[in-house]
Design a protein around this ligand. Sequence first.
Ligand SMILES: CC(=O)SCCNC(=O)CCNC(=O)[C@H](O)C(C)(C)COP(=O)(O)OP(=O)(O)OC[C@H]1O[C@@H](n2cnc3c(N)ncnc32)[C@H](O)[C@@H]1OP(=O)(O)O
Length: 410
Amino acid sequence: MSARSLQIRDVPESQIERGLALAYLVFHENPESDRRKHHAEVLADCLRLGAYDGDELVGFAAAHPFSLSVPGGADLPCPGLTFVSVAPTHRRRGVLSSMISALLDRCTQRGAPLVSLWASEAAIYGRFGFGPGTYGATVEIDTRRPLALRVAPDESPLRLVDVADAPALLAPYFAETRTRRAGRIARTDSWWREEWLVEKDEEDEDLSPPRVVALGDPLAGYAVYRTKPGDEDTHAQGLVRVDDLEADTPEAAAALWSFLTAIDLTGRLRAWGRPVDDPLLLFAADRDQVRVTESSPSLWVRLVDVRAALAARTWAAPVDVVLAVRDDQVPANAGSFRLIASPEGFSYAPTGDAPDLSLEVRDLATAYMGATSVGSLVRAGLVVQHTPGAASMFDAALRTELLPHTVDAF
Ligand SMILES: CC(=O)SCCNC(=O)CCNC(=O)[C@H](O)C(C)(C)COP(=O)(O)OP(=O)(O)OC[C@H]1O[C@@H](n2cnc3c(N)ncnc32)[C@H](O)[C@@H]1OP(=O)(O)O
């Protein structure tokens, strides 16, 4: 294959099966027919790009038509890149690079200021301007003894909700959380049913169907979880796996965690992708019982249109800095720009003034939603501070009340 014989084209609906076959090949998967059907339906709604070597599909990538909450509660179009697959025969010849370049063009044409993804390997996407915009923590609790808490649980009644009725109850509640926390993807009814509440867990078929517990009426919190019995042979304790948990107050959260840790015939709880600032980690009275066993990037974000992305978020304090931005893929983002922003207003315009901070667009993405401070990027040698105090001023403006958080993996 020469660079000239490679063509990037939209993949028509009639070729979705070809894209899926390539994806299953490279991800070493062989899903059941109902999941294949679901994947095909999901892909029908996606932007689909193919890399063709002659007639052969050697690269495939898709992007969900997502929108993402950004600091302050605005909702921005943010395609969610997924199913990225390059044929093993065509690796390391620039197929992925060509597909990303086409994707960035499509985002620009469609007016999407952001694009996002979950990375299979963290080393891949930084070169294309993506930075880790949100982080998640895996929390494990030893539930062989009662959960020790420093706050009294809300005593409102808990009820188990029929899974079929859950989206109608949970969706408006979750939508409200998106205005407070950046990094959250809008969930459609089918996303709720097929991703969160699907009967069989895709990764562990020993897990029960999803269970939904709701606190109070009106709703003050909920959890979606699955369980797995213990195994006498291996002495593994029964497991409660918490997939999603939201609560209005610390007391409501305490009530839900108390319930989940007291389910009979289980001795351990694992919650994946919790916010790094989950109040549980502070109100747990015994941090030997409640342990963070992993913390890693969740959603990787790329600012396709830096100006539009910055304009859409709110600012916690006044800032006036000149940013020298390097962007090798989207020339319109590159150059020196003066950012003047405050809770009252915003401007971002090209300038000939000397920069206060020099940074790559990937590092601006890392700081954009408030998960990582510009100061820490300066200390890591990734952002260059020319003017003392510039990073602190920028950080004060970027600060968010709650850390950004994404739990919808795709
Ligand atoms: C959002 C998602 O869907 S994540 C899923 C990603 N897909 C997978 O992991 C499936 C299996 N892997 C693959 O299909 C391919 O190996 C891909 C998609 C990861 C890479 O595709 P390729 O066409 O080989 O990438 P391409 O040749 O464009 O590489 C571009 C650059 O990235 C680097 N790169 C590519 N893959 C990796 C990797 N896994 N780790 C580190 N660097 C990588 C290349 O070395 C190259 O670097 P260079 O520009 O300095 O030379």
